[in-house]
Design a protein around this ligand. Structure first.
Ligand code: F6R
Length: 615
């Protein structure tokens, strides 16, 4: 899950590499490094972050007209300078490489190379690729051919950029299973893991495909695809104009990306549901031209996702069962891919992912297809992602780039999309009267305003955050469709404030976790005025009676009043099917403000990275 960038131009590219790495840092921030042409290949690496690398560059006045760089999320080998990219082949001919991905057969290749006398200076799988390319280079004396031959032996996922000391006029790049795109500039050519890193120099972007290997020089590029031949067939890849704006990828007046993304939710949801603004009715073709046919055959839904996206799937299960009358299974992708489930071909497999790059979700979807599932739908935030390309039907959550590692606006836009999917399926299954359809359209159009109102509770949440920040553990309770929202609240809190938090279906409390309740264990409850409110109130009494301190997010009409050990923040009146989406907001705000009080690195929490492209 590293971020990689490369540049070759007519002028010094070091500022481009550093600026690009800053943009890619969300992909990993365990170490940073670069190599540039400087008579030989000059390498700078730091176990710190991109800012530390910039300081090194300044101290050493590093410049060069070609270079490659990496910001790392450690997989093989601890975060350290020794394991930081770029890696060199230790022997002549000297090459340098940066890599994003994971090489599954690295152990086997390492042993083979050790037998040949190669010495390894790091614990990374990347150094294995460096030596393998160097070995091939000795044989064929051409870096492009050497990369073709070496990558043919790799199993796993990689996006790499490679430079050779003896031929500094080109950079060779290759991709398989990890994102990589070229930037075509006026005065040079570029490569990066994502477009945001290249906007500083160009908007002309080429998305490489699996098996593509490209050679970049300062005046051009050449792409071949090596899936079916040793040294590749030339391919034409379309140049896309990126419409990402600097506002979308910048912080603006906010202190953190997470804060910005929480407050962007009304507009993110409005953009996602824009097609409904003048619609008289809900139509299946919103999900793709084949959707009507596929939906009419759909008898069951299988949702595959990880983390926050999995929580979105859990909410959708309630909606799909209740509103559309469809049986629905929701599976953690990393578990599903190693089970032996029985495929029903009339099931629609729905992959949910912000990044569309999550290795487990992609693998689970491929596995489902192999098992015999025929139809798939991606709900995803990244148009050019692997998930979108692997799925038959697609629906884009138009949340814009999500840069904070903790997912916020991606989640609420996923929920909005899943509710739209539910209503579409319900209509096709004759479970939605024309009046109910109009009411749903109205509710969905009103959602951005409802989210805006929900954000107004921030000052009250801030006060709670002060006492929360002193705690070491917390319980989150919800019932029914709000139980996954409690799970999401607990995930957000632990992720960015490092407070241990667990979510329980409130009815489960008395079956064990109630033993944990004492005055040191804050209990957060989501208490909407739905049909389970009475049951939930009884569960809250069980906590209260045992001296537990309750923090309740209630609807305005939930009739729960604050008391000594019972703190209540009210949202608007009960919002029906939209309620779980609105109840997400206070939990995001709580996690954010607790993290602020604790002084953690909100956007880059320890040990984590965005886009989990490894297993
Ligand atoms: C939590 C979070 C992660 C992601 C998970 C899946 O805040 O961001 O749990 O939700 O890694 O990522 P995507 O949605 O990109 O597949």
């Amino acid at each position: 899950m590293c971020g990689i960038i490369g540049a070759i131009a007519n002028a010094n590219v070091v500022p481009v590499l550093l600026e690009g790495l800053q943009r890619l840092e969300y992909r990993g921030y365990d170490s940073a490094g670069l190599v540039v042409t400087d008579s030989g290949l000059k390498r700078l690496r730091t176990p710190g972050r991109v800012n530390d690398l910039s300081k090194l560059v300044e101290q050493q006045k590093t410049q060069g007209v070609a270079g490659i760089a990496n910001t790392r999320w450690a997989t093989h080998g601890e975060p350290s300078e020794r394991n930081a990219h770029p890696h060199f082949s230790a022997e002549e001919p000297l090459i340098a490489i940066v890599h994003n991905g994971i090489i599954e057969n690295h152990e086997h290749i390492r042993n083979y190379l050790k037998d040949k006398g190669y010495i390894f200076l790091s614990d990374t799988d990347t150094e294995v690729i460096a030596h393998l390319i160097a070995l091939k280079l000795k044989e064929v004396n051409d870096l492009f051919k050497a990369v073709c031959l070496a990558t043919a032996e790799l199993q796993g996922a990689y996006a790499i950029a490679v430079m050779e000391e003896a031929h500094q006029e080109s950079i060779v790049v290759a991709r398989h299973g990890a994102p990589l795109l070229l930037g075509v500039g006026k005065d040079g050519n570029y490569v990066a893991s994502d477009a945001s890193a290249l906007l500083q120099v160009t908007r002309d972007i080429i998305y490489l495909e699996d098996g593509d290997i490209a050679v970049l020089s300062n005046h051009g590029y050449r792409i071949v695809n090596c899936l079916n031949s040793q040294f590749g067939e030339p391919v034409n890849r379309i140049v896309h104009e990126s419409h990402l704006s600097n506002e979308e990828i910048g912080l603006g007046s906010y202190s953190h990306y997470m804060q910005k993304e929480i407050f962007e939710q009304p507009i993110a949801v409005a953009n996602t549901l824009e097609m409904l603004s003048n619609a008289q009715s809900i139509a299946p073709n919103l999900f793709g031209s084949e959707a009507e046919k596929i939906f009419s055959e759909t008898r069951q839904i299988l949702i595959l996702a990880c983390g926050t996206s999995y929580h979105a799937g859990l909410v959708a299960r309630y909606w799909l069962e209740t509103v559309a009358g469809l049986p629905c299974n929701v599976e953690i992708a990393s578990e599903y891919r190693y089970r032996d489930p029985i495929a029903d071909p009339n099931t629609l497999v729905v992959g949910i992912s912000q990044s569309g790059e999550t290795a487990d979700t992609l693998a689970a979807l491929e596995y489902a297809k192999r098992l015999g599932y025929r139809h798939s739908l991606a709900i995803c935030n990244v148009p050019e992602s692997a998930l979108i390309r692997q799925s038959e039907l697609r629906f884009l959550t138009r949340a814009g780039p999500e840069i904070g590692v903790a997912s916020t606006k991606a989640f609420t836009t996923q929920l909005a999309s899943l509710l739209l999917l539910t209503v579409t399926l319900a209509k096709m299954r004759n479970r939605l009267s024309p009046e109910a359809e109009q009411r749903m359209l109205e509710a969905l159009r009103h959602l951005p305003v409802a989210l805006q109102n929900a954000l107004k509770i921030e000052p009250e949440v801030k006060i709670w955050a002060q006492s929360f920040a002193q705690k070491h553990h917390a319980l989150f309770l919800g019932r029914g469709v709000h139980y996954p929202i409690a799970m999401e609240g607990a995930l957000k809190l632990k992720e960015i404030s490092y407070i241990h938090a667990e979510a329980y279906a409130a009815g489960e409390l008395k079956h064990g976790p109630l033993a944990l309740v004492d005055s040191d264990m804050p209990v957060v409850a989501i208490a909407p005025n739905d049909q389970l409110l009475g049951k939930l109130k009884s569960n809250l009494q069980e906590v209260y009676a045992r001296g537990g301190e309750l923090y309740v997010f209630a609807d305005a009409d939930s009739q729960i009043t604050s008391n000594d050990n019972l703190h209540v923040i009210r949202l608007s009146e009960h919002a029906g099917l939209l309620s779980p989406i609105l109840h997400t907001i206070p939990l995001q705000l709580l996690a954010y403000h607790v993290a602020l009080v604790k002084g953690t690195d909100v956007d880059k929490p320890r040990n984590l990275a965005k886009a989990v492209t490894v297993e």
